[in-house]
Design a protein around this ligand. Structure first.
Ligand SMILES: [Zn+2]
Length: 252
């Protein structure tokens, strides 16, 4: 089983080659980007220890390349932190407004572990148009975005403690999800000495055209990714599908 973790914010490069750096939310002596980078490092190590294959994506990649990297993954988690007024605190997990039932179940597993580990208020699984998990290929069975805590409501030391706890919680959530779905983290260790069984055809993804609109590419509203993502998407999917996507996007 393969997991893709995406580090929210940080360096980016658009299709036109322009680059920039974006820290995400500001904390008190730390930033969202710094913390989710640490979170991705801890979580990827723990997942590999459990036998999962892990890709960590940093948005230095172009949108198109991110889609390529996520190919072959079973689940996709974008790591973010929240910020509001310096006081509000809690945990939430986002899926896209048009996310699938499987996205929602996956998000709930992660939320449950985050809430029981960080012991912050449970703000629920939310559907939002904010972060479209664009670039995530259709073969990925579930995708979500974690907002583990509000980075602007704690000092840097507390933020780091929450970051470490969140990494462990997200790993537990992924693991519980995988077990619930009968997904084996470890690929078969060695060829069996018995005759190789005829491989059963892998179940074809049952995504409808509607759902393909959810998972085709990635961008964050308001970031320079947006235009590049739309241009990229336009070249990848039928014009009717793109028109429907653009219509929904405008409604968000
Ligand atoms: Zn963010």
């Amino acid at each position: 089983m393969k997991v893709t973790l995406e580090v929210g914010h940080g360096p980016y490069r658009d299709r036109d080659g322009s680059t920039g750096f974006e820290e995400g939310a500001n904390g008190r002596g730390t930033t969202e980007y710094k913390e989710v980078t640490v979170m991705a490092n801890i979580a990827s190590r723990l997942l590999r220890d459990k036998g999962y294959e892990v890709d960590v994506l940093d948005p230095m990649d172009t949108l198109e390349a991110m889609g390529e990297y996520a190919r072959g993954s079973d689940v996709f988690v974008s790591l973010h932190l929240n910020a509001f007024n310096g006081v509000t605190q809690g945990t939430e997990v986002l899926i896209h407004r048009n996310g699938t039932a499987e996205d929602e179940k996956f998000a709930q597993f992660l939320l449950d572990d985050l809430v029981s580990t960080l012991r912050l208020s449970d703000r629920g699984v939310k559907r939002q148009g904010l972060a479209v998990l664009l670039g995530v290929p259709l073969s990925v069975r579930a995708a979500c975005l974690t907002e583990s805590y509000f980075v602007d409501a704690v000092d840097a030391a507390t933020a780091r403690r929450y970051t470490e706890q969140a990494a462990r919680a997200i790993v537990n959530g992924i693991d519980r999800y995988a077990i619930s779905r009968g997904l084996n983290p470890k690929p078969p260790a060695s060829p069996s000495p018995t005759p190789t069984p005829i491989p059963s055809p892998s179940p074809s993804p049952s995504f409808s055209e509607t759902l393909t609109l959810v998972n085709v590419a990635k961008f964050y509203k308001g970031l320079p990714h947006q235009n590049a993502a739309l241009e990229w998407l336009q070249q990848k999917i039928p014009s009717e599908t793109f028109a429907e996507f653009a219509r929904r996007w405008r409604q968000q």
